[in-house]
Write a protein that binds this ligand. Sequence first.
Ligand code: AMP
Length: 112
Amino acid sequence: MSDCLFCKIIAGDIPADKVYEDEQTLVFKDINPHAEVHLLMVPKVHIDSLDGLGPEHDGLMAHMMRLLPVLAKQQGLSDGFRTIINTGKGGGQVVFHLHVHLLGGTELPGFG
Ligand code: AMP
């Protein structure tokens, strides 16, 4: 999508601090980190949010989920990590290209 910020990062039109890349995904550092480690994992194909997923994305999503703990360990998060997917305005989503926040290395607030 031509006016999508993360599509522009994927295309290399906007710089990002890239951590990992393969055929299906790109992972880069969040520009406004909320923890010592704060990465964003995005699919290279444009999908607005979890609401835009169909069965054709099952393999992609499984790939992303399985990559997250690998990347967390590579970042030194041997003790654990947090993942967040904001969906829609009501879920706090600001950039409408599906992304997984991967956070850790800092004590994170609980939900309880
Ligand atoms: P969300 O609220 O889930 O849509 O999160 C969007 C995230 O994108 C926020 O944490 C922003 O800090 C991050 N972000 C926005 N622009 C950039 C950028 N150019 N490079 C890296 N991260 C960005």
